[in-house]
Design a protein around this ligand. Structure first.
Ligand code: DAH
Length: 340
């Protein structure tokens, strides 16, 4: 056994390794369960009892030597291993940083704000919980008037005076109570209606309201402002048309259609083969509304308009179900990556 051990000691001392694989080969050969050192310990039972002590010492020496050699080989190989080196290699392609994306409603709302701010409209916001005065009465909805039923209202605590606002027209009143003309502002925000949820309708959605009050504001100003807006949002080929309509707070009132930007007016699924799509309600602010806000209707005139952001976004991006905006499914939201 002595000769065998001496030969192994020599081999261990002379062993050189320059890679992790070679160090592992050393460990397997000498130290692993089936390696030489445990193997020799296994042979101890064959050694004569009076020689066991000496043989044990020799084997312990061999074992320590192999372990030390293994540790030093491992250290030297690891210190040379450049794969764990933290030095930056600037030629490597950069890591792809995953960013989120803006919600389509935010994209279109910001588009609308930008378009109107370019022609001098400021942004103002009002509360989502409103009283009857701002949501209805000051806007010329008489008590018991059926027009109130056009917008199914969520009341708070059964108090008929306090409700979630059904439209952003309420912010017109808040603005006119606070600021005297000239007023040129838009009011983006959330609105609430007690409606059954479907592909076309939701109980929570967003609107942008616009208000322009000054001396000598005419229907021609309304038309030109909205024409500019439609061209900016949907493209310079866009045409508009105004159809007579009714809202309690405007007189005259109109609904505005834009020429279908998908088919250019020829007729398609989006415009239901009419060549036109409805986009907003508008009109000249009713003199009663001005008077309700202590603005002299003999001196001032103005126009207002209101549009649904979901509806506008659905048209712009051809989205066919309003519920998608509230589900936050990443497969839907991902499609708006990169848009600002
Ligand atoms: N408030 C109306 C609605 O929610 C939209 C609207 C129509 C607003 C005409 C206006 C307007 O300012 O002039 O249906």
């Amino acid at each position: 056994m002595k000769e065998k051990v001496d030969a192994h000691i020599k081999e261990i001392k002379e062993f050189v390794a320059s890679s992790v694989e070679e160090v592992e080969a050393f460990r397997l050969k000498f130290l692993s369960k089936k390696g030489i050192v445990p193997g020799l310990f296994g042979e101890m039972k064959n050694v004569a009892p009076e020689q066991r002590k000496a043989a044990g010492q020799v084997l312990n020496h061999l074992k320590n030597l192999a372990q030390e050699k293994f540790d030093s080989l491992k250290n030297s190989v690891e210190s040379k291993d450049t794969s764990k080196d933290k030095t930056l290699d600037l030629t490597l392609p950069a890591d792809f940083i995953k960013t989120g994306s803006r919600h389509p409603i935010s994209i279109v709302r910001n588009d609308i704000i930008n378009i109107f701010s370019r022609i001098g409209f400021t942004v103002y916001q009002g509360p989502e919980i409103e009283d009857d005065w701002h949501n209805f009465s000051a806007l010329n909805f008489p008590p018991e008037h059926p027009a109130r039923d056009m917008q199914d209202t969520f009341f708070i605590d059964k108090d008929p005076d306090i409700a979630l606002r059904t439209h952003t027209s309420s912010v017109q009143i808040r603005m006119m109570e606070k600021v005297k003309p000239p007023i040129r502002s838009i009011f983006p925000g959330r609105v609430f209606r007690n409606e059954a949820i479907s592909a076309r309708a939701h109980c929570i959605f967003h609107q942008v309201e616009g208000l322009y009050i000054d001396e000598n504001v005419s229907f021609a100003d309304l038309k030109q402002t909205l024409y500019y807006f439609a061209q900016e949002l949907f493209g310079t080929d866009t045409k508009i048309r105004l159809r007579p309509s009714y809202f309690p707070f405007t007189e005259p009132s109109a609904e505005m259609d834009i020429s279908c930007f998908i088919c250019g007016g020829k007729g398609c699924k989006v415009c239901k083969h009419t060549g036109w799509v409805e986009i907003l309600g508008c009109g000249m602010v009713d003199p009663n509304v001005l008077a309700n806000c202590n603005i002299d209707p003999e001196k001032y005139t103005g126009f207002a308009f209101g549009m649904g952001i979901e509806r506008t976004t659905m048209l712009k991006y051809q989205i066919n179900d309003i519920r998608l905006f509230f589900e936050n499914d990443v497969r839907f939201l991902k499609q708006f990556e990169g848009a600002i």
